[in-house]
Design a protein around this ligand. Structure first.
Ligand code: ADP
Ligand code: ASP
Ligand code: MG
Length: 937
């Protein structure tokens, strides 16, 4: 039987097949084909060094066809003998066309026995007249097979145990699924295969090397087993079903770029022949594997089962190819990297090709080519969610009809490729010299490197291209040597390698020719502070490709995706200073997070909270869309339990280093000048800064100017509304006036909530010290009220507004009326100060009565005088009917006198102190940042 079986496949392909009867029923041909495949592998083995062959047991050598040449000749005689009988039989013709529906089931679909049953049900429920299902190996099996090769090659004898695991996985699956003869046949076949593999791996182990054909032969077993298991399960349900070892049918020619090209005419002939021997309406075919024109087993390379299915679909002219996988279809971006990615209803063949070429591994890039030729649609569907309709890949006219009015019809999706390096060949000697590009790419071709994208500036001064990182060294050497003379002569200035790059591709029908699309794309990248290293936009209009540094890649992907799909604007936040204001902000964020997410598409994630002594960093767990951030309903407990020693650099690195979230903001809720001294550096790193801390803007002028200049030159934002007037819109009002061309003449205001309270209540009823004590009691003052009474805080606010208005002043240029009586300025403690303050009540009473007599009130104000280029903080008196005299509580009031508001100043008034309103001011800066970053308004 064995020799007869072997004879079948060794038959010259032009000869007709043997009669089915001769092969002994339905089961027999299968065994015949298996032997044939092994024979093909052995042909490869026959070309290996003798040392490699020697460990093959004689039985295997015979079985896979490694036989002395005399014996082979005998075998060919047998072939002819069998063929004589053949000719007399009638052939069953392969019907092609719409009656066929082709399915492909990926590794996860057949990942265990239950899933294999499920796949069998799907196939059986398909009411197409004829069905062919291509299957991958059970999930992880192909990896396990490659691992066997790696282990054996590196002489790691644990390959034996690893092979046992492979055996066990399939044996237990078979035990679950099959019984009786089917089970026995499968297990005996499996045992045979494993024994053969053991021998081959032993050979590889001894040689310390596996040839490509040995490797392909070994790794393709996963598909052989899964196809047999699935077909047996279908047969068990009483359905006539044949399994196909596609190495007998698919003939492919290897190319020199680790790919294969199908030989369609030859494969078609072989398929017809195969079908005539196995005419069945349900066929289960192995994915991934094929043979070379010399019948040597090969593969369609990793993830190649999609390609197998497409080739089968084309050979059968099928109605449709359905690719079953573990996601609902093709997403607008890799769902593992962009949580908000959306399912695309349709894609044109070109778009699908571009997406898969640029890394969307839901589809093997070459899948499209065979089906496109016959306009066969591909539908990608989720085996775990049958209610999802999936993505249809079809002719562009169909897609256009469905989504023509949407932005998404221009930009369909985004994909990325990692582990690339850019090569930049530069020099004035390149311009106008014919043949330079050809010489460059000739040298690249000679080292067999794959060029993924090319970009050449129109000045012809430089050519820049991306190659896989592992190939760049060879490419650079080849270029250095090819252009040695030009480099020495200075016609070329350099061959530069930029490692650690990634490609981000935006793919979409006619995208590149639609005005505004690329501008939006680059704008989104700029706002996420991502530097683009190279750009390529093909004339195909289907693709814009940008090269970015690898560490920026996911952020870039998320930034552009959210821009086009209006998915959430996600911001990673680090909060420094969880004191009264910081913790109030955290409460507000906690309460508002869900509404912001659902109603405003803003996703704020607090990744770290740092106090002066300890800090809490978010868990490193990464979900689909990156790290979720700290649970704000229990941050205090978490800080106590899981807090670590505060370390600002580590904190910032954690918050910003999260490659998933495109935007980072540090919110500084301290009053600390050391923290403020980091702003410049943070902004330079693309980290936005929001703060109520006045130290940076009221510090040394040169540092302030540097900070503002940096902010203006970049897309990084620095907001500090809450530094003046807490939540009141002071800074933004001033900016609005300036930006719209108004001229500021004077800003005058009561900027201190504490001093506002004190003078609103010091109206002759109680002494000054009593009012101060009352304010302290109510928590309106700093722990030491001298910090308020000294006027420094107001002085800082004045300098902030003065600088915002364009005055170049130092803090010391603002004279201050210090309300702390001279002798008490050196008092040791706040308590001592409060004790001694009544000694000065009389002076205060006098001042108050003097004002009262003139029909006025006392007010402590800050002034920015733009006409005289000066500022001041002073105790002034105001008529009782003046707006400044009408305040209550801790109200602030700020009056802007401008060219437009010259008769009546523009007045902003309201509570200007307190944790709730200050935190609210910071919060609105955070939302302003989100809208600057693209959140919908
Ligand atoms: P199979 O084994 O079924 O062939 P693959 O792992 O090869 O499955 O492909 C499916 C996977 O592709 C998905 O689980 C998903 O994580 C990944 N993927 C990457 N990019 C995309 C995308 N744009 N759309 C859908 N899936 C994608
Ligand atoms: N099993 C093969 C692989 O894992 C082919 C495929 O699943 O598409 O690469
Ligand atoms: Mg796949």
């Amino acid at each position: 039987m064995a020799s007869l079986s072997a004879s079948i496949s060794c038959r010259p392909s032009s000869l007709p097949p043997p009669p089915r009867a001769l092969l002994g029923g339905a089961e027999k041909p299968r065994e015949g084909r298996r032997r044939t495949a092994a024979a093909a592998a052995a042909a490869a083995a026959a070309r290996c060094p003798p040392s490699l062959l020697s460990p093959l047991p004689r039985s295997l050598a015979r079985r896979v066809g490694v036989v002395p040449s005399q014996r082979r000749r005998d075998l060919s005689k047998t072939i002819h003998a069998s063929v004589t009988v053949d000719i007399a039989t009638e052939e069953v013709q392969l019907p092609k066309g719409e009656t066929w529906s082709v399915h492909k089931f990926g590794g996860t679909c057949v990942g265990n026995s239950q899933r294999i049953k499920n796949v069998a049900n799907i196939i059986m429920k398909d009411d197409s007249e004829r069905k062919l299902a291509v299957v991958s190996a059970m999930s992880k099996v192909t990896d396990m097979m490659y691992d066997l090769i790696d282990k054996a090659q590196s002489r790691d004898d644990t390959y034996v145990f690893a092979l046992d695991n492979v055996l066990e996985k399939h044996r237990s699956t078979a035990l679950d699924l099959l019984e009786g003869n089917d089970l026995a046949n499968f297990l005996s076949q499996l045992d045979d295969d494993i024994n053969n593999l053991k021998a081959m791996l032993r050979a590889i182990y001894i040689a310390g090397h596996a040839t490509e054909s040995f490797t392909d032969f070994v790794v393709g077993h996963g598909e052989l087993w899964s196809a047999q298991l699935l077909s047996s399960v279908i047969k068990k349900n009483g359905i006539d079903c044949q399994w196909m070892d596609t190495r007998e049918v698919l003939i492919v020619c290897p190319t020199n770029s680790n790919q294969v090209d199908p030989d369609f005419p030859e494969s078609e002939q072989r398929l017809e022949k195969w079908y005539s021997q196995n005419p069945s309406k349900t066929i289960i075919a192995t994915g991934f594997i094929a043979s070379t024109p010399y019948n040597i087993p090969t593969t369609l390379k990793r993830d190649g089962s999609d390609f197998s299915a497409a080739i089968m679909g084309a050979l059968l002219r099928a109605r449709q190819v359905t690719i079953w996988t573990d996601v609902d279809g093709v997403y607008s971006a890799d769902p593992r990297k962009v949580g908000e990615a959306v399912i695309l209803k349709t894609l044109s063949y070109q778009e699908a090709w571009e997406m898969s070429y640029f890394g969307a591994n839901v589809l093997h890039p070459r899948t499209i080519i065979p089906v496109m030729r016959y306009d066969i649609p591909i539908v990608i569907r989720n085996i775990f969610n049958l209610s999802a309709p999936g993505t249809k890949i079809c002719h562009p006219s169909v897609c256009e009809d469905e989504d023509s009015h949407m932005l998404e019809s221009y930009v369909k999706g985004f994909a990325t490729i990692d582990n690339l390096a850019l090569v930049n060949v530069e020099g004035t000697g390149m311009a106008g010299v014919p043949g330079t590009a050809s010489a460059i790419f000739g040298a690249v071709k000679d080292v067999g490197a794959n060029v993924i994208m090319i970009s050449q500036a129109s000045s012809e001064h430089s050519v820049c291209f991306a190659v896989p990182e592992k190939e760049v060294e060879a490419v650079a050497e080849a270029l250095q040597s090819r252009f040695r003379q030009a480099l020495d002569a200075g016609r070329l200035s350099k061959v530069q390698v930029i490692p650690n790059c990634s490609i981000l591709a935006a793919v979409g029908q006619k995208m590149a020719s639609t005005p505004g699309v690329s501008a939006t794309l680059f704008n989104a990248l700029a706002k996420a502070n991502i530097n683009v290293r190279a750009i390529a936009q093909g004339c195909s209009e289907y693709n814009i490709t940008v090269v970015v540094m690898r560490e920026d890649c996911i952020r870039a992907l998320r930034a552009v995706h959210s821009r086009f799909y209006l998915s959430r604007t996600t911001i990673a936040m680090g909060i420094i200073g969880p004191g009264l204001i910081g913790s109030t902000l955290l409460e507000q964020l906690r309460d508002q997070a869900a509404v912001l997410k659902e109603d405003f598409n803003i996703d704020l994630r607090v990744m770290g909270i740092a106090g002066s002594r300890s800090m809490l960093l978010s868990e490193a767990s990464i979900d689909n869309s990156g790290c979720r951030g700290i649970d704000l309903s229990q941050w205090q407990e978490l800080l106590k339990e899981k807090g670590e020693v505060a370390n600002l650099e580590k904190f910032v690195q954690h918050v910003h280093g999260n490659g998933f979230i495109p935007n980072t903001v540090i919110v500084d809720c301290t009053a600390d000048s050391v923290v403020a001294s980091h702003y410049y550096n943070w902004l330079r790193r693309g980290i936005h800064v929001i703060t109520p801390n006045k130290k940076a803007n009221s510090g040394p002028l040169d540092q302030y100017l540097k900070l503002r200049a940096l902010q203006r030159q970049s897309y990084t934002h620095y907001f500090y509304e809450a530094t003046v007037g807490a939540g009141l819109p002071i800074v933004s009002t001033l900016r609005g006036l300036l930006e719209t061309g108004d001229k500021i003449l004077r800003i005058e205001g009561i900027f201190s909530g504490t001093l506002s309270y004190i003078f609103n209540n010091f109206i002759g009823e109680r002494s000054f010290s009593e009012v101060v004590a009352e304010a302290k009691q109510a928590g309106y003052t700093e722990p030491d009220p001298r910090d308020d009474l000294s006027g420094t805080d107001v002085q800082r606010k004045v300098i902030i507004l003065a600088r915002e208005s364009g005055l170049k002043l130092e803090l010391s240029d603002i004279p201050v009326d210090n309300l702390v009586p001279e002798p008490l300025r050196t008092s040791a403690s706040a308590e001592e100060f409060m004790e001694k303050l009544p000694q000065f009540d009389q002076e205060w009473t006098n001042k108050q009565q003097e004002a009262e007599a003139a029909g006025k009130v006392l007010r402590y104000v800050g002034v920015v005088d733009l006409l005289n280029h000066r500022g001041a903080v002073e105790l002034r008196t105001y008529k009782k009917d003046d707006a400044f005299a009408q305040l209550s509580g801790t109200d602030n009031i700020i009056a802007f006198t401008t060219t437009r508001y010259s008769k009546q100043p523009l007045i902003v008034r309201g509570p200007g102190a307190g944790a709730q309103v200050t935190a609210g001011g910071i919060f609105s800066d955070i939302l302003r940042l989100a809208s600057y970053l693209g959140a919908p308004s």
